[in-house]
Design a protein around this ligand. Structure first.
Ligand SMILES: Nc1ncnc2c1ncn2[C@@H]1O[C@H](COP(=O)(O)OP(=O)(O)OP(=O)(O)O)[C@@H](O)[C@H]1O
Ligand SMILES: [Mg+2]
Length: 338
């Protein structure tokens, strides 16, 4: 791990260093998880989970309550031993004897910030830097404070900070050791939209600098905005991919066509087009099932103009990650039992 930061922060809260991006050799994955399983007695927290996360990737880990997200983070973070399976974390094999080596290369920001409320922001960071046995503590703390835009609150007691600010202090704490992999467990849980947006901004700036982030969240728009890829977990891994890939995988693609006045014979105009698989009435127009919207849209436009119809708009209908998630979880009987 690089101890000297490759990049200084700016006052806009950009990340501390590019160490995380540089950490790990080319082609190596930040996380390799193979058939990992964790049981608590009879209860299965997660089962046979396999995935890889590349360096510099922001990887979203979604799932309903009790899906096993936190337990996965705690297992990869060496706080719990897996029941079976294997993993490599920041290039190190997940084994009991490697626990401290792994912990020195990662950071976990847990669901609750866990700060000492009677201590100031700076004292909290000093305390944790001491616990982590970090060198160069003063400079690290200054960089962390700058990275999360909290320099002016460094002398405030954590107990006097709002929930959102405490969350930012927790993020600063997680950055102290320049982690090769940063685990964020629901970083915006309980935050209002303004505070959430601030945390999103910080995560986005970390992403820009190539920090590897494993982000668990219930907030689908958060995952869609911040993550390169997402996995949907519900004890077992249900889907993994880029948000747009997941949409394409689960939903047929369609075009929404709005016209000024309805067609007299829609089947005659739309039915025979090679890129159109079917059509249905929709408010102010039609919804067309298509194989490829980019091929179908010009054909549809030409056909409608040829039929003398005024086109108001033709647009691909977009399914959100939320649609994907609900579609998947809805099918899932286990999810409803939790
Ligand atoms: N220490 C523990 N002992 C026993 N069971 C546990 C323990 N920790 C978690 N579990 C169980 O493991 C399952 C997964 O829990 P986990 O906290 O990982 O879910 P999660 O996806 O993080 O949920 P949430 O969205 O509510 O945070 C649950 O059934 C939970 O009750
Ligand atoms: Mg959890």
């Amino acid at each position: 791990m690089t101890t000297e930061p490759a990049t200084q922060v700016t006052s806009r809260g950009e990340p501390i260093t590019e160490a995380s991006a540089l950490d790990g050799s080319k082609g190596e994955s930040a996380l390799v998880v193979e058939h990992l399983t964790k049981h608590f007695g009879e209860r299965v927290a997660f089962d046979d989970v396999s995935f890889e996360v590349g360096y510099g990737e922001v990887f979203g880990f979604l799932g309903p309550n009790g899906a096993g997200k936190t337990t996965t983070v705690r297992t990869l973070g060496t706080l719990l031993a897996p029941t079976s399976g294997s993993a490599t974390v920041a290039g190190i094999e997940l084994r009991p004897e490697n626990g401290s080596a792994i912990r020195s290369r990662i950071s976990i920001m847990p669901e609750s910030p866990g700060l000492y409320l009677r201590l100031t922001v700076r004292e909290n960071l000093e305390c944790f830097a001491g616990l982590y046995e970090l060198d160069d503590v003063r400079a690290r703390i200054e960089r962390a404070l700058r990275a999360i835009n909290l320099e002016d609150r460094a002398g405030d007691q954590c107990g006097s900070l709002s929930k959102g600010l405490r969350q930012r202090v927790a993020l600063a704490r997680a950055l102290l050791n320049d982690p090769a992999v940063l685990f964020l467990d629901e970083p915006t849980s309980g935050l209002d939209p303004v505070a959430s947006r601030e945390v999103h901004g910080l995560i986005a700036s970390l992403r820009e600098r190539g920090v590897t982030i494993f982000l668990t969240t219930h907030r689908l728009e958060e995952a869609e905005r911040l993550c390169h890829r997402v996995a949907i977990l519900n004890t077992t891994l249900r889907l993994i991919g880029r948000p747009d890939e997941l949409r394409d995988q689960l939903f047929s693609r369609s075009l929404d066509v709005r016209v000024r006045s309805p067609l007299e014979d829609p089947t005659a105009v739309l039915g025979g087009l090679p890129g159109v698989k079917g059509w249905a009435h929709a408010p102010s127009g039609y919804t067309l099932a298509v194989s490829d919207p980019e091929i179908a849209a010009p054909q549809v436009a030409r056909a409608l103009v040829g039929a003398g119809v005024d086109i108001l708009s033709i647009a691909e209908s977009r399914h959100s990650l939320e649609d994907v998630y609900l579609e998947l979880i809805d099918e899932d009987v286990e999810a409803r039992r939790r």
